[in-house]
Structure formats: structure tokens, C-alpha cells
Ligand binder design. Structure first.
Ligand code: SF4
Length: 235
């Protein structure tokens, strides 16, 4: 399995290159807020909402003191603003109450599994979001599994799992060193552009030769829109 994962990573790098990373890793709290904003919208709109908060307020402490209406207004562009403003307020106030300040810098001392256990104690934070903190903020070799990573790995035949969290466990048990960021980012690109949920564009797929998907599709239009903007490497 380790070799197959490595082959996939190599083929994706041939197609897409090594994905660039943010020069300065985002703070874990920034990353969690950006992730809440990104639910059910595209990366560009969540980025706009995130920069509204970062540019208009001195720190997360100030954001935590906003009225619900003010916060909803600031993040409206990301959609679901009532629900998201509640989640953001809850996260910030819980951190303040439990840790005395709005920071997650103490995670740095913890092992990967401990970080996941700690973060998933917060309401609304699941394994995917916790693993994004590990990869993007803490630069650990952990590959988060979202819907694209889950779908593509199942189609290719690396795993045969029913949920992203099961795929996460299996994938990360066998993940070769130092490839988490490239395989995560490039599988998302593949899933958005080529291996789409319906009508995958198998005829132009860089993984065609190794993919075990039984219902490959060779009828789809070969054109696709490039999608290079990734929120968590841009904040
Ligand atoms: S060959 Fe088709 S099903 Fe397999 S990974 Fe590529 S696009 Fe997806």
C-alpha cells in the first residue's frame, strides 16, 4: 500500500508539480476559523470572509466580542453566516474560558493523535479539520481526507472504505514520509478538475493506468477549468 501511495504521489507531481506552500504556516486558530468559513462554499468566498475579519479587527479577542449581527455581516460573503458566526463565537469563547487566552499554540508539544483528541473535543471540529491543523499549521506528515481525497482513493483502489474518517486512518497508517502536503493538495485538484463525483474525465487522468475504478468514463469532455486557489495555503 505504501508503494501504491508513493506511485500516486509521483504521477500527480508529474501532472501538477509540487504544490507551493504558504511561507509562514497559519496559526491553528486562524486555520480553524478559515475552515469553519469554508463549509459549503468555495475557497475564494471563504478567503474574502476570513480577510474581512483579519483586516478589520486587531485580533480574535476583538472578534469574539462582536455582536452576533456584526459578525454575521462581516462573514456574509461565505454564506450560512448565522450558523458560521455561532460556531466561530463558540470556538473563541470556549478557548478564552478554558485556556485563559485565545490560542492553540500549546498543541505544538503534543503528538499527532493527542492533537486530534484535543481538537475534536471542541464542538463542530472533526477529524478532517483537526488533521488540517496538523498538516498546514504544524507541518506534520498527516494527510487530511476530505470528500475529494476519499472519493479518488476509493476509485483508484488504494482503500475500500465507507467514510472519509476510515480512509484517513488507513491512509495515514501507510503514508510515506514527507508527502502529506503534495498528495493531499494534488488529490484535491484531481478530484475538483478530473475525477469529479459524476462524469470523471478518465481519458485525461494521470492515474488512468493504475486506477481500478470499474465504471471509468471515457465520454466526458476533455476540457476542464483549472482550480489552483487553495484556502489553507493562502491564509
Ligand atoms: S481514471 Fe477515472 S476514476 Fe480513476 S482516478 Fe482517474 S478520473 Fe478517477
Amino acid at each position: 500500500m505504501k508503494n501504491k501511495i508513493k506511485d500516486i504521489n509521483d504521477l500527480l507531481i508529474k501532472k501538477y508539480g509540487i504544490p507551493p506552500r504558504s511561507k509562514i504556516p497559519p496559526k491553528p486558530v486562524d486555520l480553524l476559523i478559515a475552515t469553519i468559513l469554508s463549509q459549503n462554499t468555495n475557497d475564494k468566498n471563504s478567503y474574502k470572509a476570513f480577510t474581512n475579519l483579519k483586516n478589520n479587527y486587531a485580533d480574535w479577542e476583538s472578534v469574539s466580542k462582536l455582536s452576533t449581527e456584526q459578525l454575521e455581516k462581516e462573514i456574509r460573503v461565505a454564506g450560512l453566516n448565522k450558523q458560521k458566526s455561532k460556531s466561530i463565537k463558540k470556538l473563541l469563547t470556549t478557548l478564552k474560558e478554558e485556556k485563559g487566552e485565545i490560542t492553540l499554540d500549546y498543541l505544538e508539544e503534543m503528538k499527532d493523535q493527542e492533537v486530534i483528541t484535543e481538537l475534536t473535543k471542541f464542538k463542530g471540529i472533526g477529524i478532517k479539520t483537526a488533521s488540517c491543523v496538523l498538516l498546514f499549521s504544524m507541518r506534520r506528515n498527516i494527510c487530511p481526507v476530505d470528500t475529494h481525497v476519499h472519493r479518488t482513493l476509493n476509485r483508484i483502489g488504494v482503500v475500500n472504505t465507507s467514510t472519509p474518517d476510515k480512509t484517513f486512518k488507513l491512509l495515514n497508517n501507510y503514508l510515506p514520509d514527507k508527502i502529506a502536503h503534495s498528495i493531499h493538495t494534488n488529490l484535491i485538484k484531481l478530484g475538483r478538475e478530473i475525477c469529479k463525483p459524476t462524469n470523471p474525465k478518465c481519458s485525461i487522468c494521470p492515474l488512468l493506468k493504475i486506477c481500478k475504478f470499474k465504471s471509468k468514463n471515457f465520454e466526458a469532455n476533455r476540457n476542464y477549468k483549472k482550480n489552483n486557489f487553495l484556502l489553507l495555503d493562502s491564509i
